[in-house]
Design a protein around this ligand. Structure first.
Ligand code: PMP
Length: 429
């Protein structure tokens, strides 16, 4: 077992100053297992004890070109020389907006914010402001950020009887029950159920909010016919389609999941891959909707379109547009899946993959789940145990089959060989 003495000592101190010793509940892996990072470089990271890991988490996706990318970091430093914030606009807002528009055709106009949560909050408000309606639809298993409107999930305790819909419960305490009156939650990959809701309630529904790939259920993807049906139903019932591309945007392709599936959102959100990890997000959308900013819909933020992140975004998006980085990423993902497939087939272990080659989930069942309900009811013991071994061996994968494995353009052949060799060892342990 790797040594974690320094991380453990750091945890003991950290927990005296930070609840759970961290700044996100998900970073707490137990008193003895919580890892603290010293630094990252390319596809790798090192913890306080000097253990080296190949990183397949990448901050849940953002570090798409690898950690500490020299060109992006140099651009960010140049951005710093502009100053931090002014409560006024700066030049690069236009440069980056143009890049987003060029790569994502659904954007006639763009607004910046700082995080994925903020962008989705703004998108939902915009849809409500534009339509004059309050309610919205989400899908089981989605994650759209920390705010009250979307932190609801189907109760796993209430899922045993698949013939009825499970109770919808908040992710945790502090989320007002009143919010439950504002949305409908329908099963993913079930267009008929969406139509049932829209047919009945479209007069009060402003938007359907969809993740094209369920990033918090190990990357369950929309079936192409499903997301196309969602698009058509939103048009038919005069409801705004918000495509949340916080995770997929500029990762699953230059045009995100919208290009992959051949659809256009009315409003979409992007964040993670935009600036290789520097904090920035954006919403893009149709002109008539976006012009509601300035005609009654409020939006702002002290740090929106802050100069350092804009400069990092310009560099990151230019690299993603002009180089084969995304092809390198997808090819790596494909080769990794093929390698794992070989190892598992040799041993007769049933398995399947979900998501996209750039962010994919591994399931130890012959058929991957297509809904949150199936995912939640699956047995993950084998994955979780194997992931624990892998992390111990220096492959920093998702420990609990919640998020997919993320790949950056810095993952090279050496990473691949090492990963597959360790994967084979971990499967046999
Ligand atoms: N939407 C999606 C699809 C996400 O994956 C996330 C983050 N995992 C968010 C919204 C929220 O983004 P943030 O954590 O930057 O607030």
């Amino acid at each position: 077992r790797r040594k974690l003495d320094k991380s453990r000592a750091h945890f003991k101190e950290a927990v005296q100053h930070l609840p759970l010793g961290v700044s996100s509940n998900f970073r707490f892996w137990g008193e003895d297992e919580t890892v603290f990072v010293k630094h990252g470089k390319g596809a790798r990271l090192w913890d306080l004890d000097g253990n080296e890991y190949i990183d397949y988490r990448l901050g849940y996706g953002p570090a798409i070109l690898g950690h500490c990318h020299p060109e992006v970091d140099a651009a960010a430093r140049e951005g710093q020389s502009v100053g931090t914030v002014f409560a006024l606009g700066t030049e690069k807002e236009v440069t980056v907006a143009k890049l987003i528009k060029e790569m994502m055709p659904a954007a006639d106009l763009v607004r910046f914010s700082n995080s994925g949560t903020e962008a989705v909050m703004a998108a939902l408000r915009l849809a409500r402001g534009y339509t004059g309606k309050d309610n919205y639809v989400t899908f089981e298993g989605s994650y759209h950020g920390l705010f009250d409107a979307t932190m609801w999930t189907a109760d796993p305790e209430d899922m045993k009887d698949q013939s009825k819909d499970p109770k919808v419960i908040p992710y945790g305490q502090g989320i007002p029950q009143l919010v439950r009156n504002l949305f409908y939650q329908v099963p993913y990959n079930d267009a008929q159920r969406l139509e049932d809701v829209l047919k009945k309630h479209h007069d009060s529904i402003a938007a359907v909010l969809i993740e094209p790939i369920l990033g918090n259920c190990c990357g369950i993807p929309s079936k192409p016919e499903f997301i196309k049906a969602v698009r058509a139903l939103c048009t038919k019932y005069n409801v705004i389609m918000i495509v949340d591309e916080v995770k997929t945007g500029f990762r699953v392709g230059r045009g995100g999941a919208q290009a992959l599936y051949g659809i256009e959102a009315d409003i979409f959100t992007v964040a993670k891959a935009v600036a290789n990890g520097y904090p920035i997000s954006a919403i893009g959308g149709k002109e008539e909707i976006m012009r509601k900013y300035g005609k009654g819909v409020a939006h702002g933020g002290t740090y929106t379109a802050q100069a350092m992140s804009l400069a990092a975004a310009e560099k990151t998006l230019t690299i993603l547009r002009d180089t084969d980085a995304l092809e390198v990423i997808a090819n790596y993902g494909k080769a990794m899946q093929e390698g794992m497939h070989k190892v598992l087939t040799k041993r007769g272990i049933p398995h399947s993959f979900t998501g996209h080659h750039s962010m994919s989930g591994l399931f130890f069942s012959a058929e991957a789940p297509t809904t949150y309900r199936n995912w939640k009811l699956s047995d993950y013991t084998f994955y979780d145990t194997m992931a624990g071994y892998l992390i111990d061996m220096g492959v920093m994968c998702e420990p609990d089959s919640r998020e997919p494995w993320f790949i950056s353009s810095a993952h090279d052949q050496k990473c691949l060989d090492e990963t597959l060799q360790k994967f084979e060892e971990a499967v046999d342990l």
